[in-house]
Design a protein around this ligand. Structure first.
Ligand code: GLU
Length: 529
């Protein structure tokens, strides 16, 4: 959601590199700051990836901080899920919960006690104030405003003067209320009519007038800071140099800039990444879109407490490097035609100036293409090892390697291999009906018997010798390949199409080929009868 008040996002110009890295001034320290409110959306993974690449590129540090100040939205297992996802993607931070680092703890609820003094500091310098209005009282005011035709009532510089806060109540009453332990929140005292400006590394100059921002709550009555306060305090204490995050946080950035100013701290540089859009470009890619449109939206599978299952790239069989390569291109391009990038190559090529402002459309076909390309680029033996993990029965690695060599051009996922190439594991039990009908003629049965005889005498039984023998057979018979090969394939595999029949025959071995041909002939004759 982009704030309607973000009226004035000026055209960006390309920023010089020194400005983006700020290298001359301080070391690059970037953070990925997810809230553990559920599984990590692939948009979140992309944010983590760009942070990772930026840190690596400038010899900086990539940090993960868990932002769990909103206890009402906490979801058990989400933090572990996030860490496991980053691990699977190969983009682990070097500082974070369980990872060490000198700026911990890296989970905000474990830093709880740290925030209040900062909120009080803002009260002391008159950038914030105590507000004692109860939720019921505020609801009433809101309802009254609505009835008077003002549906978007806000607690702000205009309305605060008639509300119950430390700006309107006498000082001794405020002190008494605090002493009595009356619930309160601490709100930002948003200045009136000021243009807040900051230079976003992707969007250029952003200017927002403070009249459009309400007096945001910084500290809640439950003793916890809100996201805004905790985020700024932690980014400062953790010496974050660049805040690289999703576009949905752009409306919060002016408030953040004002908070840095109120504390008298130097603000990090901001880079707001474009949204991930549905394939048709119509709206943000939501967690429900994926399974509805047939692709995962999450890196790993996730089952909700209600038992609802969201599919994951890992479980679908994606190679993590393919997933990462695809994600890198959702919002960034290298400015060349190269599409396949290892993580190291991405690190080399990545710059924030090549990140787009416009939303990036997810492309399911392209995602499959990345997967196929990565699958094919793997060595046969590596694929064989992956295939072994997919199978319940034990097989020789050399056998699995040979199967992968035969099948990899025809598979998108490793798990397609035993399905597409089931006949490499066991004899066919079915024979493709269409091929039987179209290709198996009256003369085919005697012809195949003759070919069986020729085949039985092939020695050595390797692909080249089988191919040469087959060609001679065609010559002698004065027949085209189309009359013989499909039927040969039918007998050995049960299928109408597949990889080279000479490679398949060599893989199966002479005895097995003979056996399959005999069984196939019997079965097809029976089918035809
Ligand atoms: N906790 C925020 C989120 O869940 C992080 C926003 C930020 O990076 O500042 O996305």
């Amino acid at each position: 959601m982009v704030d309607r008040h973000l009226s004035c996002v000026l055209k960006s110009k390309k920023l010089p590199l020194w400005k983006i890295t700020n290298m001359s001034e301080k070391p690059v320290r970037v953070r990925f700051a997810p809230s553990p409110t559920g599984p990590l959306h692939m948009g979140g993974v992309r944010t983590a990836l760009y942070n990772y690449l930026f840190a690596k590129k400038y010899n900086g540090t990539f940090i993960i901080r868990i932002e769990d100040t909103d206890q009402t939205r906490f979801v058990a297992g989400a933090q572990d899920y996030i860490m496991e996802s980053l691990k699977w993607c190969g983009i682990m931070p070097t500082e974070g919960p369980g990872l060490g680092g000198n700026y911990g703890p890296y989970v905000q609820s474990e830093r709880k006690e740290m925030y209040k003094p900062y909120a009080e500091k803002l009260i002391a310098n008159e950038s914030a104030y105590y507000a004692f209005d109860t939720p019921e009282e505020l609801n009433l005011v809101r309802e009254q405003a609505k009835a008077m035709g003002m549906p978007n009532w806000q607690y702000n510089g205009v309305t605060r003067v008639s509300l119950k806060n430390s700006l309107t109540l006498p000082a001794d009453e405020v002190a008494q209320r605090l002493k009595d332990g009356e619930p309160y929140v601490i709100r930002m005292k948003m200045p009136r009519n000021r243009d807040v400006r900051f230079e976003d590394l992707i969007r250029g100059w952003v200017v927002v007038n403070t009249n459009n921002i309400d007096d945001k709550v910084l500290f809640k009555s439950d003793g916890m800071p809100t996201y805004h306060l905790a985020n700024i305090v932690d980014d400062h204490l953790m010496e974050i140099s660049h805040v690289i995050r999703g576009e949905e946080w752009l409306p919060s950035a002016p408030l953040h800039v004002l908070l840095y100013e109120a504390f008298g701290w130097e603000s990090p540089q901001f880079a707001h990444l474009p949204l991930l859009l549905r394939p048709d470009g119509n709206g943000k890619l939501s967690k429900r879109d994926g399974d509805r449109l047939g692709f995962p939206v999450f890196p790993l599978e996730w089952i909700t407490e209600e038992g609802e299952l969201y599919s994951g790239y890992r479980e679908k069989g994606y190679i993590p490097e393919a997933f990462i390569n695809m994600l890198a291109f959702l919002g960034w391009n290298p400015g060349t035609t190269q599409e396949i990038f290892s993580l190291n190559e991405l690190t080399e090529a990545f710059t924030l100036n090549r990140v787009a402002k416009a939303g990036a459309k997810f492309d399911a076909e392209k995602t499959k293409w990345f997967q196929q390309t990565y699958l094919r680029a793997k060595s046969d033996i590596d694929l064989g090892k992956l295939l072994a993990l997919e199978l319940t029965e034990k097989h020789d690695l050399s056998e699995l390697t040979a199967i992968c060599k035969l099948m990899k051009e025809r598979a998108t996922f490793v798990k397609d291999i035993p399905v597409e190439g089931a006949y490499l594991f066991s004899r066919p039990t079915n024979y493709d009906q269409q091929t039987v009908e179209k290709k198996w003629k009256e003369e085919t049965t005697p012809l195949m018997n003759e070919w069986l005889e020729s085949l039985s005498s092939i020695s050595p039984f390797d692909a080249i010798t089988i191919e040469n023998t087959f060609k001679s057979f065609l010559e002698v018979k004065e027949m085209g390949i189309g009359a013989v090969l499909p039927n040969f394939r039918l007998l050995l595999t049960g299928n109408g199409t597949g990889p080279s029949m000479f490679d398949i025959s060599a893989f199966l071995g002479k005895e097995e080929c003979i056996e399959r041909m005999k069984i196939g002939l019997e079965n097809i004759i029976a089918l035809k009868a």
